[in-house]
Design a protein around this ligand. Structure first.
Ligand code: HEM
Length: 149
């Protein structure tokens, strides 16, 4: 049950960032300023999904990592554990402030140099988190015996 909650929360977190990332890129390449503002606003609200899902993933992961004794000093689990503070820190320190800043700017119709600088930073941090979370999903599926090592 705990493993299921962990995997579902991790999957939701990953998909949320993937949707944020792709909708940002597509709206900013092809969309009108109004579309961009709608997307940025939706992303700011989407934080209400992302933050709890990351918190549940991290907490359930730590508890699985501790309680499933023996095999869980496994290098794959240790690597997952090491990535988690980077994923969480990136979310709290970079993604959340960026999302709120960008939503405010887009809402005011201000697409200046600061908007694009922060947008670039958000896309990089989002990309880093996607990569780290993909590695954690892969490691998790291996440890759970669902895909070969
Ligand atoms: C964003 C971060 C993370 C994601 C996306 C993630 C994702 C996953 C996924 C998809 C599974 C496979 C579950 C299954 O198929 O049954 C899994 C298993 C597992 N994860 Fe994570 N995980 C994350 C963070 C962590 C952390 C921080 C730890 C702590 C060390 C951890 C420990 C584990 C363990 C021990 C399992 C194996 C559970 C078992 O079958 O006994 N995970 N994880």
């Amino acid at each position: 049950m705990r493993t299921k909650i962990h995997a579902i929360a991790g999957g939701i977190g990953f998909l949320t960032i993937l949707i944020f990332w792709t909708s940002t890129v597509f709206s900013e390449i092809f969309g009108s300023p109004e579309t961009i503002a709608v997307v940025k606003d939706a992303i700011a609200w989407g934080l209400l999904i992302l933050i709890p899902s990351l918190a549940v993933t991290g907490a359930s992961g730590m508890s699985l990592g501790i309680s499933r004794g023996k095999g869980r000093t496994d290098a794959l689990v240790l690597a997952k554990k090491k990535r988690m503070p980077i994923i969480a820190g990136n979310g709290l320190i970079v993604l959340i402030p960026c999302a709120l800043f960008l939503a405010g700017k887009a809402d005011a119709g201000v697409f200046d140099a600061a908007f694009f600088a922060v947008q670039g930073l958000e896309l990089i941090a989002g990309g880093v988190n996607l990569a780290l979370m993909a590695m954690n999903i892969r490691g998790g599926l291996i440890v759970a015996g669902r895909i070969p090592r």
